[in-house]
Write a protein that binds this ligand. Structure first.
Ligand code: ADP
Length: 487
């Protein structure tokens, strides 16, 4: 079976498939835990089941590598990151196929993610050389204050399965650029993208111990990464409940913490919007990665005057999406990651239908079986149902009608999440009012696609702490040191 799944991926360079972890520049551990393709449920391969002892060893390796790595000129670190990006692009097709096999997303999206992921290496390599400090006029004539930026130290990182490469490079890129070293636990559902990246990092010139990857039992690994005093900074992307628990664990050693947690993005369509543009943006925002991104639109608020037309258009477009195995070239919607995800989607849809929502398209499992679910559009959804309160993380667009701008903003802000929001209007004044009124870390105005390496990505409220990407992203891995000079 394993041969079959691996054979279907068809890697040109077979050693990008690694079934061992990477600690202190060595490939370690025995393949034990099965990793399955969500489209076929077939076993792709196995990964090591490491725990506390090996994670402690990885932390020791990262600590030992720190003095040499941080002492390198920024340009030397930037050179490694640039070569790493080059290697990712050189092997883009293999990396994309590996990602689709373990994660399920359509191949075109996986190729896009590899380019997007590599861009963080390139960007932060460039930013490494601009970690400027300050000279501040002193409080007395004979005093000066200097500010310098220094790497925080050893970083612990835990990443999710929905973007198996980009969620890693968005943390590892700025950390390594800043002069930090890293111990990373990828999701056990999508470890192969992480391990392939480690191999390319080694080829790009990473020193042993600068990046360490451990797979296995999440809890003991997470405990070391959040509680070991040698780790100065912990960075996590994943679900809100797990993020809260890990942040609490970090309190015992007062680590610096960055969190990218769940969203529940509102998508506002006003009467003065171009509804063709809005429907196209809605498809991108809602159905990318089968609805499994933290910035996916989850609640659609549509104004009275365009409600009927928008609903019809969105349902038409959604029903045309081709569902299937991501490795088949024509696929636009892959499977959900696992049965738990499928059950959550079904529960949200059942709840909405129980409260009077109507089905415009989908609302059932796809005939291909497994975890395939049909792209779904529901209308007349109650604004206080499960779909509105919780992040669905699946291909379901829930339409709620509104009358006034104030109502729309109030409903959009009625959430403990605050990651991304979207709004469509051609009125310039309204676009400013709405963008400023939405309590979200990011607002897509007349666009459903906001992410790039140059965007400060992050949320407010319970969606997280800190920003990734952009010139701000490297600050998360730099400490400010103030030096007071008496002349
Ligand atoms: P999702 O529900 O989207 O899978 P999770 O928050 O469960 O999101 O997973 C995100 C990452 O957090 C994964 O790498 C997962 O293994 C890890 N994780 C989950 N629970 C824990 C835990 N108790 N301690 C450490 N890591 C965890």
């Amino acid at each position: 079976m394993a041969d079959g799944e691996l054979g279907r991926i068809g890697l040109k360079r077979s050693n990008l498939f690694r079934e061992q972890c990477y600690i202190d520049g060595k490939w370690v551990g025995e393949p034990e835990i099965e990793v399955r393709n969500p489209a076929t449920r077939g076993v792709i391969g196995r990964i090591p089941n490491l725990g506390r002892a090996e994670t402690l060893r990885a932390v020791a390796a990262a600590e030992a590598a720190l003095p040499e790595w941080r002492a390198l000129p920024a340009k030397a670190r930037a050179d490694v990151l640039r070569r790493w990006n080059d290697l990712m692009l050189k092997h883009q097709e293999d990396l994309a196929r590996l990602m689709t096999a373990e994660q399920g997303k359509p191949l075109a999206e996986a190729r896009g993610e590899i380019a997007y992921a590599g861009a963080f290496f390139e960007w932060f390599g460039e930013e490494a050389r601009r970690a400027y400090g300050d000279i501040i006029p002193g409080p007395a004539a004979d005093r000066r204050i200097m500010v310098m930026k220094q790497p925080v130290g050893v970083v612990g990182a835990i990443t999710p399965w929905n973007f198996p490469a980009a969620m890693i490079t968005r943390k590892v890129g700025p950390a390594i650029a800043a002069g930090c070293t890293v111990v990373l636990k990828p999701s056990e559902l999508t470890p192969y993208s992480a391990l392939a990246l480690a191999l390319l990092g080694e080829e790009a010139g990473l020193l042993a111990g600068v990046l360490n990857i451990v797979t296995g039992d999440a809890e003991p690994i997470g405990q070391v990464l959040t509680e070991d005093p040698r780790i100065a900074k912990f960075t996590f992307t994943g679900s809100t409940p797990v993020g809260k628990k890990l942040a609490a664990q970090c309190a015992s050693t007062v680590k610096r913490v960055s969190l990218e947690l769940g969203g529940n993005a509102p998508f506002l369509v006003f009467d003065d919007a171009d509804i063709e543009v809005a429907a196209a943006g809605a498809i991108v925002s809602k159905f990318r990665n089968t609805g499994q991104t933290c910035v996916c639109a989850n609640r659609f608020f549509v104004q009275d005057g365009v409600y009927e037309a928008f609903a019809k258009l969105l349902a038409e477009k959604a029903s045309e999406l081709v569902v299937g195995d991501g490795l088949a070239g024509v696929t636009q919607q892959g499977p959900l990651i696992n049965v738990k995800a499928l059950q959550k989607v079904e529960a949200h849809v059942a709840d909405a239908l129980g409260h009077g929502a109507k089905v415009l398209t989908g609302a059932q499992r796809d005939s291909q079986g497994g975890t395939f679910y049909q792209p779904t559009v529901l209308r007349d959804v109650a604004p206080d149902g499960l779909l509105a309160r919780e992040e669905t993380f699946g291909p379901v667009a829930a339409l709620v009608r509104f009358r006034t701008e104030e109502d729309a903003i109030r409903m959009a802000n009625d959430s403990r999440a605050g990651l991304a929001a979207y709004a469509y209007t051609r009125d310039l004044s309204r676009s400013w009012r709405v963008a400023e009124g939405l309590q979200y870390g990011m607002v897509g105005m007349n666009t459903g696609l906001i992410s790039s390496e140059t965007l400060p990505f992050g949320g407010v409220k319970e969606s997280g702490i800190g920003r990734e990407g952009s010139k701000y992203g490297i600050e998360e891995f730099l400490e400010i040191k103030s030096i007071v000079v008496q002349l």
